[in-house]
Design a protein around this ligand. Structure first.
Ligand code: PXG
Length: 443
């Protein structure tokens, strides 16, 4: 063990950390040892304001008793039960509550254990749906540049993040991409949805459908708001156009709502916020308030019904996970949804979003800031990259913020804020104060 490890009393060697600079981290670790409501406790005892709801998942804030108690009670009652040709009450209860929260028509829930699995499940359901209807030739999947759909082979194939793709070979065949919707020249400092850019949807019809032929295309998958690549907010009218084109050509529209689901935009789902209904919707993260891993797909009734046609005893979809609908995750989801509802947290997020927007955009003019974007409780600052060192400035700002009691999330040269929905004005003021000071220091 090195000196830092001796100081901390922890051996850092064995854990190969995900999406992390392992060697750098292990030289100067940032360890979190506790959390309550809006704050983490760092290993040195400092309170750190959680500007990111963990990783966009702790929407009701940390350490919520109702959820914790539900998890404990479930562990005491039934620790595990299979869901392949068997069942247990809590999986059905969680699915019922999730479906009740989802927009009309989105009625059936397929459980996975993460956003990545949710995405792979949704892509497979789309392919199987067309096959069940006698259109098995529809195998082309369309994603979008700068999309993030997790890290499975399906997700990175339809995703559009260079670093997540370049190392991993051929990926899925028969995948294509729409261009992303961000344009600095026409959209910089948009508050909420940019006015300009709905036409980016048109290339589905003008470029991709002519190239592949609509009869071969299974699905289009997009994040309603692209989260991980820096909060790319869809231009007004863009999602509506995608929906209309998919309808014209019999293509399924999948919304990846892993980040936008469970109140991030001030509604249960982004589909509600935008008034655009997908055929399939993925979720994860906020479904259990981050307490227990869970993800899944919510399918429209017409998609589910297409599967329920064959002989009675036939398994309709050869897909699933040992832990699909895990009792402990299902109990966490059920209690989490109760908390969201009882405390009106989605409405709360909607009510405080204008204050958040105002405070965020007040950072305009600070050194190197080139764009500020927001929607609901998503806020992103884009800074000019240091010459030849993409991402370094945002990373330094993240480290500076952490040293000064605030957790923000760096991605490339953006810094994202996505606080728990219980955030108060004083927290927002603190976030912007700390972030502003950091941006000056790393100039
Ligand atoms: N889809 C979307 C839209 C996501 O944002 C996933 C799928 C994958 O989920 P899992 O549970 O497999 O990680 C995600 C995950 C960040 C950040 O800081 C975002 C995610 C994960 C970690 C960090 O932007 N999103």
């Amino acid at each position: 063990m090195g000196t830092i490890e001796t100081e901390l009393g922890i051996d850092l060697a064995a854990f190969w950390m995900p999406f992390s600079a392992n060697r750098q981290f292990k030289q100067a670790p940032r360890l979190l040892v506790g959390a309550k409501d809006m704050h983490f406790i760092a290993h040195d005892g400092r309170r750190v304001l959680d500007g990111t709801a963990g990783l966009w998942c702790v929407n009701a804030g940390h350490g919520r008793e109702k959820i914790i108690n539900a998890v404990k009670a479930q562990l005491d009652r039934l620790d595990f039960a299979p869901t392949f040709q068997m069942g247990h009450p809590m999986a059905f209860e969680a699915a019922r509550k999730i479906a009740a929260l989802a927009p009309p028509g989105l009625e059936h829930v397929f459980f996975a254990n993460s956003g990545s699995e949710a995405v792979d499940s949704a892509l497979k359901i789309a392919l199987a749906y067309h096959r069940a209807r006698g259109e098995g030739q529809r195998t082309v999947l369309i994603g979008r540049e700068r999309g993030y759909h997790g890290t499975g082979f399906g997700g990175i194939s339809v995703g559009g993040m260079t670093n997540n793709r370049k190392t991993f070979g051929n990926l899925l065949p028969r995948v294509d991409h729409l261009r992303h919707t961000w344009d600095l020249e026409h959209q910089a400092y948009s508050r909420g949805q940019p006015e300009w850019g709905a036409h980016f949807a048109d290339e589905l019809e003008s470029r991709l459908i002519p190239l592949h032929d609509a009869s071969n295309i299974a699905a289009v998958i997009v994040e309603p708001v692209a989260g991980s690549t820096g909060g790319l907010v869809p231009p007004k009218g863009y999602l509506e156009r995608l929906r209309a084109i998919c309808d014209t050509h019999g293509i399924l529209l999948i919304f990846d709502e892993v980040i936008t689901g469970f109140g991030r935009l001030g509604k249960a789902f982004a589909a509600d916020y935008f008034g655009v209904m997908p055929d399939l919707m993925t979720f994860a993260k906020g479904v259990t308030n981050g307490t227990v891993p869970m993800g899944g797909v919510i399918a429209h009734k017409r998609v589910y019904d297409a599967f329920m046609q064959g002989p009675e005893g036939a398994i309709e979809l050869f897909h699933g996970y040992t832990y699909s609908g895990h009792p402990v995750a299902a109990a966490a989801a059920s209690a989490t949804i109760d908390v969201y509802r009882e405390e009106g947290l989605f409405e709360r997020a909607a009510a405080i979003a204008p204050y958040f927007e105002q405070a965020l955009h007040a950072l305009k003019g600070l050194p190197n800031v080139i764009d500020i974007r927001n929607l609901g409780l998503i806020g992103v600052i884009e800074v000019e990259a240091r010459p030849g060192k993409v991402g370094a400035r945002a990373f330094d700002a993240f480290v500076d913020c952490y040293a000064n009691g605030l957790l923000v999330r760096p991605a490339g040269d953006t810094l994202a804020l996505s606080p728990p929905l219980i955030v108060e004005k004083q927290h927002i003021d603190q976030m912007m104060g700390t972030l502003g000071a950091a941006l000056k220091r790393v100039a």
